[in-house]
Design a protein around this ligand. Structure first.
Ligand code: KG4
Ligand code: ZN
Length: 333
């Protein structure tokens, strides 16, 4: 039983959460608008924004949870993977806070936390289950045997699904982060208006770089004939690209479910907020007889509540790290 403060600062969201005995009491997220005009996250600007945001975000998380600083019994933080300068802000803060309160430190792998976000609310998945983790930097199918016993059974060999969304948006002239904007446009369009090819990758791995190239050439060729092609067909292009990305994901997930004979299927990470993915997963579940787990929107994209819940399960096991811990830009499970 414990009250845990959790810190997330791996990319461009500064977030803090308080969790008591496995229940989330607060989840405060400061999003950094500074990157919008650059068409992507600028690492140096992200670190500076984390530095500015971290104390107000933590103070707000403590206030919103109606606890006091002295109630905190452990500090969990994202050690990696992510942008090193961003991770350094959260890690240094967590270390300082834990040292001042003389409480243990818990390191968390960000991608692992995306999966464990399914244990915040009910219904919680039963082990073993398959989790498709789709974010800006990762696309993996994970066999989750227990909280901390997981196996990557498929992953992207090049771009991540989130990157495919963001790069599509960039080609279409939409601002960063493009994923949610492509999703919004796609809802109004025809997913079968244009046909983008499905890559033939063996096994359970993914590839999205060919799709990006085909979108680039498709737009270039059509613009030669009609300079306003993109503006006039925005919703149909977005719907068709989104349809292809989510069918690539779902086809591999179906293959994995058959191969491992598992019918409990979850999605996690920023792209799990995508309406096309959620709809197709729900449709597939009805056909395949799957039990599916879709996280609440606030726990799809980066947040500290998922770090807190992962921290809670590590706390129970007494899995702590020392003050000599340092962040890792690349971090395996
Ligand atoms: O998990 P996340 O917040 O950060 C990383 O750990 O990378 O994921 C961010 C990614 C971005 O690529 C963003 O465009 C994508 O998730 N994303 C979406 C949607 N919401 C966020 N992609 C498609 N549709 C959405 N609704
Ligand atoms: Zn993430």
């Amino acid at each position: 039983m414990a009250t845990i403060l959790a810190i997330e600062s791996s990319c461009d969201e500064t977030s803090a959460s308080i969790c008591k005995d496995g229940k989330i009491l607060s989840n405060i997220i400061a999003t950094q608008a500074v990157h919008e005009k650059y068409g992507g996250v600028v690492p140096e600007l992200a670190s500076r924004a984390h530095q500015q945001n971290i104390i107000p975000v933590v103070v707000e998380a403590i206030l919103a949870a109606k606890v006091s600083k002295k109630d905190i019994e452990a500090v969990a933080f994202t050690r990696g993977p992510g942008l090193l300068g961003s991770l350094l802000v959260g890690t240094s803060f967590a270390k300082g806070f834990a040292l001042a309160l003389n409480v243990p430190l818990i390191e968390i792998n960000h991608m692992h936390a995306h999966i464990l976000a399914h244990f915040i609310d009910d219904p919680k998945p039963a082990f073993p289950f398959l989790c498709l983790t789709v974010s800006g930097g990762h696309t993996q199918i994970i066999l989750v045997k227990d909280y901390f016993d997981i196996e990557i059974v498929g992953e992207t060999t090049d771009d991540a699904a989130g990157e495919a969304f963001d790069k599509t948006a960039k080609i279409l002239g939409l601002p960063y982060p493009g994923g949610p904007l492509v999703d919004k446009q796609a809802r109004l369009g025809n997913p079968h208006a244009f046909n983008f090819p499905e890559p033939q990758i063996p096994g359970l791995n993914f590839s999205f770089s060919g799709l990006k190239t085909s979108i680039l050439y498709f737009v270039r060729d059509h613009k030669k004939l009609d300079p306003d092609f993109v503006q006039n067909n925005m919703t149909d292009i977005c719907a068709s690209v989104q349809y292809r990305i989510v069918t690539i994901l779902l086809n591999k997930l179906k293959k994995a479910a058959k191969q491992y004979n598992i019918s409990h299927v979850a999605i996690a990470g920023g792209v799990s907020a995508n309406s096309g993915l959620r709809d197709l997963l729900t449709e597939t579940a009805a056909k395949e007889n799957w039990q599916i787990y879709i996280p609440a929107f606030e726990y799809c994209t980066d947040n500290a509540a998922m770090i807190a819940i992962a921290g809670y399960y590590k706390y129970i096991h007494g899995d702590f790290v020392g003050q000599d811990v340092s962040p890792l830009a690349r971090m395996d499970f």
